[in-house]
Design a protein around this ligand. Sequence first.
Ligand SMILES: NC(=O)c1ccc[n+]([C@@H]2O[C@H](COP(=O)([O-])OP(=O)(O)OC[C@H]3O[C@@H](n4cnc5c(N)ncnc54)[C@H](OP(=O)(O)O)[C@@H]3O)[C@@H](O)[C@H]2O)c1
Length: 310
Amino acid sequence: MSNNTPIDVVTGAFSYSGSHIAEGLLDCGRRVRTLTSHPDRPHRLQARVETYAYRFDDPAALAHSLEGVDTLYNTFWVRFDHGQTSFANAIESSRMLFFAAKRAGVQRIVHVSITNPSIDSPLPYFRGKALVESALAQTGTRYSIVRPTWLFGGQRDVLVNNIAWILRRVPVFAIPGNGGYPVQPVHVDDLARICIEAAQADDDLVVDAAGPERMPFVELVALVRAAVGSHGPVIPVPPLVMTAAARALGLLVGDVVLTRDEITGLMDGLLVSDDPPRGEIAFSQWLDDHTTSIGSSYANELHRHFAARP
Ligand SMILES: NC(=O)c1ccc[n+]([C@@H]2O[C@H](COP(=O)([O-])OP(=O)(O)OC[C@H]3O[C@@H](n4cnc5c(N)ncnc54)[C@H](OP(=O)(O)O)[C@@H]3O)[C@@H](O)[C@H]2O)c1
């Protein structure tokens, strides 16, 4: 690859969605640089990607890491407040990243958000996402906002993988409420494709990234249960009981399995899109193809993002 090949930055290229976006860009013949808190994480893309550490402590260094870059693909966000990590800090860091990109002359920012963000949301995740989108719109750099529902697939899948892991090992599976609220999972490769396509827009753009299948949450659980051959009962429980059960499991596995806010967001039906789906990979078909691998080991968010950080 020559030094004249255009370079893109993908945050988190050794993490989940960022690795799929980076791989998609490399496959298109682009050069890729990443920003990450884990520059030495073992990953199949290590040798193909230039690596810089996130420098949220130093605006000049952050801008330097974005110099000469065509498009910034931003996946940076946090799932919950933990220790020094908070939604408030993540909003501020996102703002710094956008201004650093503007300062460095980045042509376009493709920003990964979430479906149904709202400044009025009582949920810090969805409210924070709306605040970050608004900060991006005020940056003055061309942008494409891509709003995924719930990601599945790939080696670093957390949510579906851990549902499968629990179904394989725990005799009873609890779901919050009656499970009738809708979900519309989108494959991580579809998200990557939608992001790369969104970078080609002429104007500013906001699009949802949702999969082709929309179903009640209880049906999604039933599909995963059948895929892993579980015969345990699926029982509806009140959200507070679900929160307590998730906390208890979290103590056992040393992780934050599911937060109260995530349960509320799920039950409020926020992980769906009313637009025609842009995702093509059907959840049920993908599941059929991954019955032996899914949930064979637990994906631990705390180990992933908080252990061994340099
Ligand atoms: N996963 C889903 O189901 C889902 C659904 C809807 C929307 N989204 C959105 O999609 C985007 C990417 O999600 P993802 O699941 O692909 O994320 P991810 O790969 O786990 O992380 C994306 C980036 O954020 C950094 N990061 C994550 N947690 C962090 C923490 N606690 N402290 C500091 N940095 C942290 C990662 O750092 P490192 O590079 O150091 O790992 C990485 O650079 C996010 O904006 C998310 O809101 C995800």
